[in-house]
Ligand binder design. Sequence first.
Ligand code: RFL
Ligand code: PHB
Length: 389
Amino acid sequence: MKAEVAIIGGGPSGLLLSQLLNKAGVATVILERASREHVLSRIRAGVLEAGTVAMLQEAGVGDRMAAEGLPHDGCFLTDDELMVRINFKELTGTSVMVYGQTEVTADLYAAQDAMGATIVHGVEDVVIHDADSSEPYIEYSVGGERKRLDCAYVAGCDGFHGVSRKTIPEDKRSEFERVYPFGWLGVLSRTRPAHEELIYANSSNGFALASMRSETLSRYYVQVPLSDRVDEWSDERFWTTLKSCLPSEVADHMETGPSIEKSIAPLRSFVSEPLRWGRLFLVGDAAHIVPPTGAKGLNLAVSDVHYLYQALIDAVKKGDKTGIDSYSERALLRIWKAMRFSWQMTTMLHQFDGEDSFAAQMRKATLYHLSQSETARRDLAENYIGLPF
Ligand code: RFL
Ligand code: PHB
């Protein structure tokens, strides 16, 4: 098999890159380890920046999002009973879109199918060869058979646990990491959302987030120790904990019901630099992870694609390498700013095990400052709605 660009990983970044390249007449092949059903069953991100929305529209997958997505003009940050509204629209002129990653991925699969793009599912033992030469190729197994894919460029879109990043020799990359001492327990339920807008709650009982997927589907998270297991969390325990973290004016009127999904995700900040080695380019979670507190993971994956796709088109179609030469540097500038914001939101809103008495006072003071300073709210809003590409 042959492709101009081989894409490892059929998550949001691989699919979006493939879609934009195919639209420009660049031939791709996506190699995805999991089945399509598995990729579509992963409940993850929910908030899209305006720049992400624009990119999806440019890729020709914006129609269902425009019809079914929920534009949000603001969100709340709370400290026990104090509710601080961050009015994105007024402070920045922009809003965000609540539309699940599952839906984004489903729309991209449908568009790729309509274009006749090649997506191979169930691949195993992917090995990237000669990425630092002018003739890279990939070997992989599917259905027990070893195959070869020749290509001009390789896009590593295979997430944090993929093979692409590890293909870059250790002495050619630097890694930066912070692991947080807690995770998020997430629950999806067919209930009316607790509020019209998202609530990021700091409280004496820990962090909680009230989010949603639609007017009848809620997504909630609470902070849990890393040692906790999902089976230790009955629905009843979850709802009681969640309510104890939210302001009572919200908790008292909240609809609860059976969970339809429940999972625990650890929180980490991670960057691997650079994003390029020869003809291999890292995109999205393959290169960087943010804690979900700032809703930046999927949005960063999309901004990486923004920097890379035109660069690859120029390289393949015109032999112009200026874009691919500057990809890593341009993308990393924005990545580090989102890293900073996600770390700051995480620190501002979570309880850390064994923290001193000073820490809780700092969180409280930050929330009160936000409630009183439009400048502070504007800074948060600017980062939340997404810094310019
Ligand atoms: P993905 O989605 O991990 O996709 C990688 C794909 O590669 C496949 N793969 C391989 N394929 C072939 N060979 C191999 N060796 C392979 N190894 C892996 C995998 O099967 C998979 O299909 O990475 P991608 O495309 O870069 O997308 C990144 C986003 O998924 C991620 O950043 C977000 O989900 C993060 N995130 C959020 N981001 C936001 O922007 N807003 C949010 O509100 C938000 N909330 C979240 C989140 C992530 C969460 N979890 C569980 C990590 C909430 C949660 C709880
Ligand atoms: C979600 O709805 O899953 C969600 C929303 C905002 C975040 C993280 C996750 O910051």
